[in-house]
Write a protein that binds this ligand. Structure first.
Ligand code: ADE
Length: 247
């Protein structure tokens, strides 16, 4: 899959897209990340990418010409890629959206900045606006990096054997707690069952702890997926424990 990112701050995307799983996926040729400097599409001595808003008000608005030119140039390179704009006004990214995007051959991501982009450029050049959450970033670059990361790991071959995308699909339950050596750290011991070598007990303990965490931290997820018979049993056990979280 190919990502074309149009940004005023290329380094904010180049560096994170060169590390870890995304960086390795690029090296392995599973994904491509091409970063385009929006400044290259500006005109004039000052290479201005923004201007003050008509009608007055705070902040600067990204000019339409560079954005539209940059998108058209990216479209020539990746004609089948839809264009998304990172924006707090967009539809919120979730795992279902990431899965949908991962089925594409490519994606052109325009990083929004300042008080926004001239609406004509949005109407002409953008297919969809995506927000990564209900908070305001200083610019769209971190959002582009998040989108690339969440989508890339769903592209076949990006994750190794250790974690399959299926195991990693959006949890209807939160993860159980993990421990590694040493078995005792500053007087705190790893739960006994994990050292027992008893696979069935470990599996059941993990399922219970996963349920416990979900109930405590994200009770909304419990209703998103039916409890299986074992989870019903485990839930009864949790309630019997009289954990104060249930009071
Ligand atoms: N730009 C500024 N805030 C953003 C957000 N929450 N998501 C995507 N792009 C943004």
């Amino acid at each position: 899959m190919r990502f074309d990112v149009i940004t005023l701050f290329p380094e904010m995307v180049v560096a994170p897209a060169s590390e870890s799983i995304v960086g390795r996926a690029r090296q392995a040729g599973k994904i491509e990340v091409v970063v385009h400097d929006l400044r290259d599409w500006t005109e004039g001595k000052h290479k201005a990418a923004d201007d003050s808003p008509f009608g007055g008000g705070d902040g600067m608005v990204m000019k339409p010409e560079p954005v539209v030119r940059a998108v058209r140039a990216a479209k020539e390179l990746a004609p089948h890629s839809p264009v998304v704009l990172t924006s707090p006004q967009g539809r919120r990214l979730d795992q279902d959206m990431a899965t949908e995007l991962a089925s594409l051959s490519g994606l052109i991501i325009v990083c929004g900045h300042y008080a926004g982009i001239d609406e004509r450029a949005v109407a002409m050049a953008v297919d969809r606006e995506i927000s990564i959450g209900d908070y305001v970033l200083s610019g769209g670059e971190p959002a582009a990096v998040v989108i690339i990361d969440a989508v890339s790991r769903l592209v076949p071959g990006v994750l190794g054997n250790a974690v399959s995308a299926e195991d990693d699909s959006f949890p209807h339950r939160l993860e159980y707690p993990q421990y590694t050596r040493p078995a005792e750290f500053e007087g705190v011991k790893v739960p006994e069952v994990l050292l027992s070598g008893h696979h069935e007990k470990v599996r059941r303990w993990r399922k219970k702890e996963s349920l416990r965490r979900t109930m405590e931290r994200r009770p909304d997820l419990i209703g998103s997926w039916p409890l299986d018979d074992e989870e019903k049993e485990l839930l009864a056990e949790l309630l019997n424990e009289g954990d104060k979280a249930w009071d």
